[in-house]
Structure formats: C-alpha cells, structure tokens
Design a protein around this ligand. Structure first.
Ligand code: BEZ
Ligand code: FE
Length: 308
C-alpha cells in the first residue's frame, strides 16, 4: 500500500493563528491550566483582531508590562496595583466572596499588606510615631453569621497615615506605624486606638501612574482601614472599612468601596470618659465582622515592607 505523506499545515492567514496556538496547548495535563490558557489565548487574540494594534503600540504594551516588574520590589508591588486599577482584583473578589451567607462583604487586599505586624493587646494604639489626624477609637466584635461571638479571632489591621502614605513608603514613620495584630476576647470583642483614616493617592511614579495620567483618572482611594479577620473553621475575611463622602467612595481608583462596609465614624466633641486628655474632636467606630464557616487561609503579602 502506498502511503501519502501529509505535510503539517502551516499558518497562512490571520484566522489560522488562534486554532493553531490552542491546538499546541491541547496536551496540557493540568485540565484547569489548559482551560485557563485556552480561554486567555482566545480572548487575547480576539482583542488583538478587534483593535488591530500597530507594531509600535505592541512594543509599547510589552514595555509597559515589563515596567510593572521593574517597579515591583520589597516596598512596592506594581503588578498588584495594575490588577487593582484595571478592576481585575475587585472582579476576582466578588466572584470568590459573594456575601450570600450573610458574612461581611470583602474588599481587595491591595499592594500594601506586608504581614508580620506586631502583636497588640486590646486597647493598644497602632500609631507608633507622631501621626497627624484626630484620634480614632475602633471597637467591635467578630461573630459567625448567626451572631455567635468568636473568641480568639485574629484581626490583622493596617492603614495609611493621613499624610497620604503607608509607613513603608515614608521614612518619617516608625516601622509598622499603623499596623497591628489583635485577638478577640471571650465575648468575641476587640478594640484599638488609631487615627481617623484619610483618603490617599495610589503610587503614580511607575507605569500604572503613567496609564492613569493618560486616562485622566484621579489616583485616589477613599479613606479606609484594612482588616484580615480569621479564625479556625471560618473563611478568612479580607476587607476594608470605609469612612468617606459618597463622591469619594464612588471615585475609588481601584473600585473597592462597597456600601455594606462603610463604617459609622462618629465625631465626638465631649471629653472621652476613659481618656480625658484626648484632643477634641475625636472619633469612634463600632463594627461587627461576620464570618462564614469555611477554610481559614491567609494571603501571601504582596510586599515585605523592608528594603534588603
Ligand atoms: C490600598 O488600599 O492599600 C490599596 C489598594 C489598591 C491599590 C493601592 C492601594
Ligand atoms: Fe489602603
């Protein structure tokens, strides 16, 4: 019998590219990786065919992606920042944390969680160096969705200084200023002292800043405090409690603000009953974090915070 040799077909038109690349990936043993890469490839190719970039535009895009890496180090994570300003982090957050069990709504982690914050006792102040802004007395409870208190829950707390910078961005702040780890007592309660958070700009000195400028977008985040609330047997909650005007909340450059996690920050002009030396006005906020049962995991910090 005579065998006819079939020559493999080479790409000759635009339409050949996507099926050829997808076929090349078809033997990927990890089924999830295969699905993700096939879909990513199809969408990437469709985007390119829709927008028909010039070679100069393609070169610029690749340079921008490389610059994300060059601007990522121990104190700044430009890759996370890019995912955040493109709305990708909020999409991932909403897909994986829908709040349907009655748990507190989550919000994106952001690039400024550095882990290893000092352990604090209830009532400690996390302002470790001279920090401007009115004092804030934050208290609350950690409970299940049924309202039952969770004793020994861990709260990892961090916020920017009202000067507009996290401590790792600012040589004038003490190491771990405005960061601390607290645990709830037998009633699921916790409290700590800080300063009222203020809005701040995300870093604009890298490729993300360049993009925001080109898009005429304001780089602002509304005032907030970050929390990671965790306890064995409960799904870890990564969230932010907001304190800002409706306009600022709607103008969040990373689309993280949600109505359910806006705190009630109450202004006080009377002397504080337990801390009469507190300058007036000061603020208080009370918040109940509700956790749903699930796996207690912990995020990998996007930065370590210290330059090596
Ligand atoms: C933050 O809240 O720390 C943050 C989140 C996203 C981008 C930049 C900062
Ligand atoms: Fe923040």
């Amino acid at each position: 019998m005579q065998h006819v040799k079939v020559e493999p077909k080479l790409i000759s038109t635009l339409e050949d590219v996507t099926p050829t690349v997808v076929t090349a990936m078809a033997a990927t043993p990890d089924a999830r990786l295969r699905t993700l890469m096939e879909s990513a490839t199809r969408h990437l190719h469709a985007f390119i065919i829709e927008t028909l970039p010039t070679e100069a535009e393609f070169e610029k895009a690749l340079h921008w992606i490389a610059a994300l890496g060059h601007h990522t180090n121990e104190t700044n994570n430009e890759v996370v920042l890019a995912a955040d300003v493109l709305g990708a982090s909020t999409l991932i957050d909403l897909i994986n944390n829908d709040g349907m069990q009655g748990e507190t709504m989550s919000a994106l982690l952001g690039p400024f969680y550095r882990g290893k914050a000092p352990a604090c006792a209830c009532g400690d102040c996390i302002a470790r160096s001279d920090t401007p802004g009115p004092k804030l007395f934050f208290q609350g409870k950690v409970t299940g969705v049924d309202g039952a208190p969770i004793a020994g829950a861990k709260l990892d707390v961090w916020q920017a200084s009202p000067v507009g910078l996290y401590e790792n961005q600012d040589p004038d702040q003490e190491d771990f200023n405005l960061r601390g780890v607290f645990h709830t007592d037998a009633d699921g309660a916790f409290h700590f002292v800080s300063v009222k958070p203020a809005g701040y700009p995300v870093p604009t000195d890298g490729p993300v800043g360049e993009l925001l400028h080109a898009q005429r977008r304001r780089p602002m985040r509304p005032a907030h405090i970050h929390f990671i609330v965790s306890a064995p047997g409960y799904k870890t909650l990564i969230t932010q409690i907001f304190s800002d005007t409706p306009e600022a909340l709607a103008d969040d450059v990373v689309f993280g603000a949600k109505q359910q996690i806006v705190g009630d920050f109450v202004e006080h002009r009377e002397p504080h009953p337990d801390h009469p030396d507190t300058p007036s006005p000061f603020y208080s906020c009370e918040y109940q974090f509700r956790l749903t049962e699930g796996e207690s995991t912990y995020p990998v910090p996007p930065i370590s915070g210290t330059k090596s």
